[in-house]
Design a binder for this molecule. Structure first.
Ligand code: MN
Ligand code: MG
Length: 657
């Protein structure tokens, strides 16, 4: 809301700001009689993070939460004569509180979604929609939107399309023009009309096809802006701010582009851009080499822009020094952009909070928070096999299999209606928690029976997002050759040779489901631990088959994986960034939760699609966690036995090959 607020009601931790002592921003301090300092504040990609809490890990977190960002908002409002607070979308989905409301509590007519309740409490002036607002369907979205005390705009999603965007019947208002009164440097009041228009990536039509097909259409961001911004000016907007739930990406325009904020900045009549979607910070170093930007000043094609991180990590701030003529014409004179964090990095991995939580914001969502805690701790589905990773490096394994199955299920849906529909879909997954430097307790271990949300974090440690790549049969084989670097070369006929290469991280041991293969340990590794080719003639992967027939090196496959792998993480052949055909907005973890919730009971029994090639008279040793002994009987593809104590609390096992 515009206007002065009670200054210093809440203060920065350890700061000197107190009632009446807040230093005014230079724009407010030096504004002349015809000048107005207007401060625009942005949150983006909140993903239901109100409390500073990591629900997957079930512990507090200092890096997230609108309750923390809210404390910055207060300070920043206090520094400026006039301010406006907007959210840039992706507020409804993305943590267990969002899933709890959508899957368990539901939204009845008249319910206020907890993240909306928190946004109401903080006094947002407007918001737009992000792509994730569509994840739970239109009915859920519309009931959530109805609870907002502020307008929510989106120009490029239409329930009925016309000959051009202006002729569309849009799902929500395409834009809003807020009538406000701003105070100039001499204390005089000036009426102003501030136009806010919202955009979402049109890719929602693929990502949420099952919810949206036949119900809405999404239009190109830039073309929609070119249609609506002039209309807003005609309707009297003195300044226009784009709420672009779209990343800062390529400078060149392509139709339907996902990250369109740079070409969007070229649209005449837009004065400032709030951006998001990429979960990054602008201005900031990450954008140093991008065309069309000034990553230090925070401008795109000379226009002020900001991206406020994600999950409440930052508040994006754009300061506008506006000049108003005697006849009431407004012009942007000077601008500044910054992203203010809620925490800073301390020594090692520590994070130091820069603000306290705002008690009123916590209170606004406290009930849902308590209910979410109960939700993550109780079962949301069942598994009819135990999910553990004690033998994940030596045999096909249920804790990896479940990840593969969920990815397959999801990518299968995403490929429908695309040019890749009909290609075989494989799935690559690796054990993340498999001892090593994490120690003998560092294994996934979810017993047969109830599965809780907390367990999903145990199954999938990293907040990766889903990707699909298209590769050839030859690349598939090399991908597996790269994985097989996990093992030392084994001499046939010798006993008790160490199996695992200790410098090879388990997260680079991809198992690919959907094909069958053997690993011939007598052969040298084709790649070193960094992924460098060291022996072009080496062949550890043997008898690689798809649907029972040898894989043709020219055959084409889709492989479901994650953003780390698909963009070159681990240097895997076929996964160097140039084979990506699908970039999902969803985290692998979310996909696993959805899969479990939708299936009810999961059957992640390992299908033994890979095994070591038999080597008569040869045995190897490896170490795993001591609790592996409880699960020895689960492994039916290997001759495996206990072989005493290993170092540092690990247990030793012997495999007869
Ligand atoms: Mn997001
Ligand atoms: Mg398998």
């Amino acid at each position: 809301m515009i206007g002065t607020r009670d200054i210093g009601r809440r203060s920065f931790l350890g700061g000197t700001a107190a009632a009446g002592l807040v230093a005014l921003h230079p724009f407010s301090a030096r504004a002349a009689g015809n000048q107005v300092h207007l401060r625009l504040m942005e949150t983006t990609d909140l993903h239901v993070h109100v409390f500073p809490y990591d629900y997957y890990a079930d512990r507090p977190s200092d890096t997230v939460g609108l309750a923390r960002t809210a404390s910055i908002v207060d300070g920043i409002r206090a520094e400026a004569t006039n301010s406006l607070l907007v959210d840039n979308g992706d507020f409804l989905q993305g943590n267990p509180m969002g899933d709890y409301i959508a899957y368990e509590r539901g939204m009845k007519e008249g319910d206020v979604h907890p993240v909306i309740a928190a946004m109401n409490a903080l006094g947002f002036d407007a918001s737009t929609l992000g792509n994730h607002e569509f994840n739970y369907g239109l009915d859920f979205l519309m009931k959530s939107v109805a609870g907002a005390d502020f307008p929510i705009v989106c120009a490029n999603v239409a329930t009925e399309t016309g000959a051009n965007p202006r002729a569309d019947k849009t799902l929500l208002k395409p834009y809003v023009i807020l009538e406000r009164t701003l105070t100039d440097g001499a204390g005089r009041a000036h009426p102003i009309r501030i136009g806010l228009v919202g955009f979402v990536p049109p890719q929602i039509m693929n990502w949420d096809r099952k919810h949206l097909e036949g119900k809405v259409e999404a239009r190109d961001i830039v073309r929609t802006a070119e249609a609506y911004v002039p209309e807003m000016r005609e309707a009297g907007a003195d300044i226009v701010i784009a709420l672009s739930h779209s990343g800062i990406g390529p400078a060149a325009y392509t139709e339907g582009m996902e990250n369109a904020s740079v070409p969007l900045a070229r649209v005449d009549g837009i004065d400032a851009l709030m951006t998001g979607h990429s979960h990054l910070v602008f201005p900031g170093e990450k954008y140093a080499d991008f065309e069309g930007l000034d990553a230090e000043a925070g401008t795109i094609h000379g226009k002020p822009a900001v991206m406020g991180g994600f999950w409440g990590s930052h508040l994006g701030v754009i300061d506008l020094m506006l000049e108003v003529s005697d006849s009431g014409e407004w012009q942007v004179a000077t601008t500044l952009s910054e992203a203010r964090p809620i925490y800073e990095r301390g020594e090692g991995r520590s994070k130091i909070p820069l603000v306290e939580s705002d008690a009123a914001i916590l209170d606004s969502a406290r009930e849902a928070h308590e209910e979410t805690l109960a939700y993550v701790r109780r079962s949301v589905g069942r598994t009819d096999a135990p999910l553990h990773s004690y033998f994940a490096l030596v045999a096909d394994d249920p804790s990896v299999q479940i990840v593969s199955q969920a990815q397959l299920w999801y990518i299968g849906q995403m490929m429908r209606g695309t040019e890749w529909e009909g290609l075989p879909i494989l799935s690559a997954a690796a054990p993340f928690k498999a001892g090593g430097r994490g120690g003998p307790e560092y294994y996934t271990d979810v017993p047969k029976g109830d599965v809780a949300i907390k367990n999903v974090a145990d199954l999938y440690l990293y907040p990766n997002t889903v990707r699909a790549v298209e590769i050839t049969g030859a690349q598939l084989k090399d991908w597996l050759e790269r994985s097989a670097g996990m093992f030392n070369r084994i001499t046939p006929g010798e006993a008790d040779q160490p199996l695992l290469n200790p410098s090879f991280p388990s997260y680079n041991f991809d198992v690919i489901d959907g094909v069958t293969y053997e690993i011939d340990l007598s052969q040298p590794s084709k790649f070193d631990t960094q992924g460098e080719l060291i022996d072009a003639e080496a062949n550890r992967i043997a008898d690689l088959r798809f649907e029972g027939r040898p894989v043709d090196p020219e055959a084409r496959f889709v492989v479901a994986t994650n953003n780390y792998r698909a963009s070159g993480g681990g240097s895997f052949p076929g996964a160097m960034g140039d084979t990506v055909i699908f970039e999902g907005p969803d985290t692998n973890r979310d996909v696993i939760v959805r899969y479990i919730v939708e299936q009810g009971t999961i059957s992640p029994g390992a299908d033994n699609n890979w095994r070591f090639k038999a080597m008569p008279g040869t045995s190897v040793l490896f170490e795993t966690g001591p609790r592996a002994s409880e699960h020895l009987a689960d492994v039916d593809s290997l001759a495996i036995e206990e072989a005493g104590e290993g170092p540092e609390g690990f247990s030793r096992y012997r495999i007869t090959l």
